[in-house]
Design a protein around this ligand. Structure first.
Ligand SMILES: [Zn+2]
Length: 129
């Protein structure tokens, strides 16, 4: 097919609306989103986007969840490495649950102390009136 637009590409449907920057961002995302990507299973360039984050290979038929607009995101690849054990997960994740547990213990102990005191005060008030 003949090339319809010189530079706006898929964002040409917005005509003059929404500003140059927003339109160029849409174009850059949609170029990647609509392109055929290399299949991680068979290696052919046949991966197409079926829906948000769902990608399908027309050659080998593999269907997998990836990024919303890219088959594999940088974050997803980092997590895959952590799951394989190639990279150790950051230590921050291990430290967080201990702090939360300590906070929960202090909160729960405070609540336990308050609950028995409150009904006793009510009884004393009623007795005085
Ligand atoms: Zn494939």
């Amino acid at each position: 097919m003949a090339k319809r637009t010189k530079k706006v590409g898929s964002a040409g449907r917005f005509q003059a609306r929404y500003g140059v920057r927003a339109r160029s961002r849409v174009r850059n995302v949609e170029l990647i989103q609509r392109a055929k990507h290399v299949c991680p299973n068979c290696g052919h360039q046949r991966i197409k986007r079926l829906s948000t984050s769902i990608w399908h290979c027309g050659k080998c038929g593999i269907k997998f969840a990836g990024g919303a607009y890219i088959p594999r995101t940088e974050t997803g690849q980092n997590i895959e490495k952590m799951l394989k054990g190639e990279v150790e997960p950051p230590k921050v994740i291990e430290e967080q649950p201990e702090e939360i547990k300590k906070e929960e213990k202090t909160k729960s102990s405070k609540q336990e102390e308050k609950f028995p005191e409150e009904p006793v005060k009510e009884f004393e008030d009623k007795g005085e009136k």
